[in-house]
Design a protein around this ligand. Structure first.
Ligand code: ATP
Ligand code: LTN
Length: 332
């Protein structure tokens, strides 16, 4: 009997992975695979809520599979798969659409943000996205869902949907907990420290596959704060730019905020910004190199996501069958 707790998470392959994705959730995933039964997937079904170029989408999904492995996810020890390879996600997604309320979907901040950003394509999928995300999660009966802070609301609505369903049909779904890291859960944009680092603002965003010289340039240009003392101190209220860099440096090096403040005492931003850039370059270098190596071995990657889909499908179908039965669908 496998008594391990279960953990699941996904990232949309809607852009190249960046430092926010890495320092927020992804960096913590490899620590979890020893202790938990883990499922990690490429949320490709979610990406089409915004229009995608087909060739780019294919490239990004494969790159993301390679990056998951390069970041330390050993495919022998966890299940890595592509969401669209497991039809149960779309199937349970539809069911959960019918147990999710218009009003609660209307309150989702991601929907409001994306609807404002893509005014010409406010499609139904963008609106019901959280019900599909709930299906992604509930199919695997996980205990924890490790995500960045911006996904907390989606994990909470997933809990509400699970409780509603269980309230009608009995204990069908395990109600999962979000798992949000203390340091790195919200990395801010380098050129706009009031907004989160996001691929939609590439100058403020560092991508995992970016060249070291470009990374260093972005850090040298990072917006810092206009106080006269120019001291390196973690204080997000009054010094959002510098605090973001302190957070990045802490996450990249494992040093505490106090140790960082002591290290740069009396040195000013001129010394600090390149040091953060160097630390990030060194953190990302092995990941970039390993990703490139893996991308050259398409056969290996194919083996990983095929095996992953088979394993995921077995677990997902078990939950889906149970749901169909509870609802009253006639078995085939
Ligand atoms: P978009 O730019 O479209 O908002 P994104 O870059 O935020 O997308 P997602 O696929 O939405 O990427 O997020 C993947 C994971 O990375 C999620 O768990 C999310 O919480 C986390 N994440 C995204 N951006 C950051 C960030 N700046 N800091 C910390 N975690 C982040
Ligand atoms: N919405 C998530 C991606 C995602 C996800 C999930 C994360 C889709 N399904 C299930 C955790 C569990 C995002 O990162 N934007």
């Amino acid at each position: 009997m496998d008594e391990k707790k279960v953990m699941l998470s996904g990232i949309q392959p809607s852009g190249d992975l960046h430092l926010g994705n890495y320092l927020g959730p992804l960096r913590h995933w490899p620590e979890m695979i020893e202790e938990f039964d883990c499922y990690f997937f490429m949320a490709d079904l979610h990406t089409i809520t915004v229009r995608q170029d087909p060739a780019q989408l294919r490239r990004r999904v494969l790159t993301q599979v390679a990056q998951y492995i390069a970041c330390g996810l050993d495919p022998e020890k966890c299940t890595i798969f592509i969401q669209s390879h497991v039809p149960a996600h779309a199937q349970l997604g539809w069911v959960l659409d019918c147990y999710t309320m218009f009003g609660e979907l209307s309150r989702m901040t991601q929907f409001k943000d994306k609807a404002a950003k893509h005014k010409d394509n406010i499609n139904a999928g963008l609106f019901t996205y959280p019900a599909l995300m709930a299906a992604d999660i509930l199919l695997y009966q996980p205990d924890f869902v490790p995500v960045g802070d911006d996904q907390r609301q989606h994990v909470e609505i997933c809990r509400d949907i699970a409780e509603r369903f269980n309230g009608i049909y009995g204990e069908v779904f395990k109600v999962p907990q979000p798992h949000i890291a203390k340091v790195g859960a919200r990395i801010m944009s380098l050129n706009d420290p009031q907004s989160k680092m996001s691929k939609s603002n590439p100058e403020g965003c560092v991508f995992l596959m970016e060249r070291p010289e470009d990374i260093l340039r972005k850090f040298k240009r990072a917006v810092t704060d206009s106080d006269t003392q120019r001291c390196v101190r973690y204080d997000p209220e009054t010094k959002p730019g510098v605090s973001n860099l302190v957070q990045i440096y802490a996450a990249a090096t494992g040093k505490s905020f106090e140790a960082i403040e002591a290290e740069f005492e009396g040195k000013g931003y001129g010394a600090f910004k390149p040091a953060v850039g160097e630390a990030v370059v060194e953190t990302l270098r092995p990941i970039r190199e390993e990703t490139e190596r893996l991308l050259a071995d398409k056969g290996y990657l194919e083996g990983v996501y095929r095996t992953g889909a088979e394993r995921a499908e077995r677990v997902a179908n078990r939950t889906l069958r149970k749901v169909y039965k509870k609802i009253g669908f006639v078995p085939r």
